[in-house]
Write a protein that binds this ligand. Sequence first.
Ligand code: HAM
Length: 421
Amino acid sequence: MLTTRPRGTNDILPGEVEKWQYLEELVRQVCREYGYGEIRTPLFEHTELFARGVGETTDIVEKEMYTFTDRGHRSLTLRPEGTAATVRAYVENKLYALPQPIKLFYIGPMFRYDRPQAGRYRQFHQFGVEVFGSDSPAIDAEVIAMAMDIYSRVGLQDLELHLNSVGCPDCRPVLREQLRQYFRPQLANLCPNCQGRFEKNPLRILDCKNEKCQVIGRQAPTPLDALCDPCAAHFEQVKSYLDAAGVKYVLNNRLVRGLDYYTRTAFEIMARDIGAQSSVGGGGRYNGLIEECGGPPTPGIGFALGLERILLTAANQGIDFPVNIRPAVFIATVGREVDKQAFELLQQLRRQGIAAEKDYLNRSLKAQMKYAGKLEARLVVILGDEEAARGVVVIRDMQAGTQQEVALGETVAYIKARTAS
Ligand code: HAM
């Protein structure tokens, strides 16, 4: 136990972490362009927030939360997603008093007690955005276009954007009743999960993965059939804004998503090549959630994408991120006397913004050169007693295999010029 990490978690080591940093910088850049400000909320919240916000009948709340009691006997939960906490922060910090809409983004770990497999973890990372205070279909389109922009800048291909509208508190009760009527004669043949959903949330039966449920549900009424006029009009507008922006989508009238807060627009982005866990992101509108969480009636919409799944898809598609962790310079020494001089030079280089490294294990010159090769240093500065006495160093270009002497006092300027290119 001492030497194994908890199931469903990952160590992200140097070599891999640079890909994360690249991806994080890419999404931050997109957020700057789209005008979204970063929010950082706690990793844990009062359990009640998720029970209310995410929904009592969701898989997340029913079986996937990391809930614990703290020493003050409060029930707390590690956040399973970012929307509820962002809504809580919007209400608590009275962001509704500022000019609307408020456009926020977050990046960070989320926790779900899920069954781990490739692309599905118990601690995973989401990048997400939330927009509060606008019911405009143009915002739905902006949020969706932003998500698609990110995937395309990563270089991902063959993604499918599935789009649906799940209606509102006016039209959904009608749909629920239609669904119950449709499924009632077959209730005994549905999977145990869906038998539970039948009363609590029959919409979820539509996206059950169980083959039998899928066959039974083939002719079932869908959200799009039951939309009220305002929801239908909103959906038409969302589609026309997406068309205007050239964002391609697939209408999927069975898409209901696994969180209870959605109203109207719901969407999910699927990758074809990461196996069962094909959803690389999803989101939708949640016009009732802010009020549900104690705020003034305020429309909201957002999405989140799984960073692990993006990296996995990128790896499967052979996408290389431009990451560079090679030191520009390695300083090799011959003889102990020059070690302090080497250290001084090392620090001078670093202060000039040049990534530099030296040996800390008293290796022989040969072993130092080998180590510099392993580190993939571009240049190696060789500092020996004899050279030190003459006031010079030898600088070796590792790729070209050439070397030349440079005056010790000129070394930093020389390296700066060489590494600038
Ligand atoms: P979600 O569909 O539950 O939505 O999660 C969004 C994305 O997080 C998924 O598409 C997937 O890429 C990633 N993800 C979810 N669970 C895991 C897991 N166990 N391991 C790895 N990746 C995972 C939400 O969380 C909503 N809060 C999105 C949203 C924001 N809706 C409106 N605003």
